[in-house]
Design a protein around this ligand. Structure first.
Ligand SMILES: [Zn+2]
Length: 111
């Protein structure tokens, strides 16, 4: 094996490792975006194909986030007033803060 061949092999290996790292990093980025927006991270399975990775990343970045229902854990539209699955009233829940958990320390009231 000539020196030029060895250098070419090492350069190709380094390029391959860097490309694979960037590819996996972009998939992890897509999964993080999906989780942050309460969307299914399984959409990133389209990233098995490089074109699918590109399309899924663009779509995932453009989609608006979903709101997670505290009652049934289903995802609803960000601006929805009621949960489409159980009828939970998001507006009512925002108006009345939940009571503190039992046994939580409450500072004494000053009058
Ligand atoms: Zn619900």
């Amino acid at each position: 094996m000539r020196d030029e061949d060895v250098i070419a092999l090492v350069v190709m290996l380094v390029i391959g490792v860097v490309a694979a790292t960037v590819y996996v990093g972009l998939i992890v980025l897509g999964v993080n975006i999906a989780k942050r927006k309460n969307r299914s991270p399984h959409w990133m399975w389209f990233a098995v194909h490089p074109m699918g990775l590109l399309i899924t990343l663009i779509v995932m970045a453009c989609l608006p986030p979903l709101r997670r229902c505290p009652n049934c854990a289903q995802a609803s539209n960000q601006h929805a007033r009621l949960c489409g699955f159980c009828g939970y009233d998001f507006a009512m829940a925002a108006r009345y803060a939940p009571p503190p958990p039992q046994g939580a320390y409450m500072p004494p009231q000053r009058y």
